[in-house]
Design a protein around this ligand. Structure first.
Ligand code: MN3
Length: 250
């Protein structure tokens, strides 16, 4: 596909594709649209979803996120979500060419036989794929994010302390996300491997764009920080890939 794209367009396009696919099944083929390069990446290859390349070394986020955590998190936890998703999808060959976004955006329409697996393992696959791309050391918050965060939270300090407070308030395993919705940045939480894309296609005018997310499962930080989640959360600011985030806002 020659379509020039980025993740922002990808999510938007996936949403549009999703609208044409509210009902899965033989009589309701989705509208055929040219997939973006990124969407093609998130589709299964020969019926199997695959672990995306990490793109950097396990130790490159030290000392904020340690190499051992990265290795286990990426090669074991993320791989396990993919394996379980693939195992489940063998039961629904009709869905085998769907991008993970298309499935999550229309979760209510996914057959009951695989809905739980798509939610938990498909969600886990999407969340971690997004998370890895959001991480890098040495970048600085860009002008577009600064402008939006200032407009939505008053100032950057308040944005950060709100994000940290919300992260500390997540009970059990889950995620905290920064989304752009109706031109406002918002901080939202999700339990387990849920995310803001789930069933978002149902209300197109409220379609969120996911900008940033932090994994708050203990496996994301326990080896290094043990029970001190706050150290992981405040350290997170040092490993946010602000260049990537700025790209999502363009
Ligand atoms: Mn995780």
């Amino acid at each position: 596909m020659k379509t020039k794209t980025n993740r922002k367009d990808f999510i938007k396009t996936s949403a549009l594709l999703g609208l044409g696919a509210l009902t899965f099944g033989v009589n309701a083929e989705p509208i055929v649209a040219e997939p973006t390069a990124k969407e093609a990446d998130s589709k299964p290859t020969n019926g199997k979803y695959e672990l995306p390349a990490l793109g950097y070394a396990y130790n490159s986020l030290e000392p904020f996120i340690d190499a051992q955590t990265m290795e286990i998190h990426y090669s074991k936890h993320h791989q396990a979500y993919i394996n379980k998703l693939n195992e489940a999808m063998d039961k629904e060959p009709s869905l085998k060419n769907k991008s993970i976004e298309e499935l999550l955006l229309n979760l209510a329409s996914v057959p009951a036989s695989v809905k739980g697996a798509v939610r938990n393992h498909g969600g886990g696959h999407w969340n971690h794929s997004f998370f890895w791309k959001s991480l890098k050391t040495g970048t600085s918050m860009g002008s577009e994010f600064t402008k939006l965060a200032t407009a939505s939270f008053g100032d950057i300090e308040n944005f950060k302390t709100t994000f940290e407070k919300v992260s500390m308030g997540v009970f059990g395993s889950g995620w905290v996300w920064v989304i752009l919705q109706n031109k406002q940045l918002k901080i939202v939480t999700s339990a387990n491997q849920d995310n803001p894309l789930m069933d978002a296609a149902a209300v197109p005018e409220m379609m969120p764009k996911v900008i940033l997310g932090i994994d708050l499962w203990e496996h994301a930080y326990y080896l290094k920080h043990q029970n001190k989640r706050i150290d992981y959360v405040t350290g997170f600011w040092n490993v946010v890939n602000w260049d990537e985030i700025e790209g999502l806002l363009k």
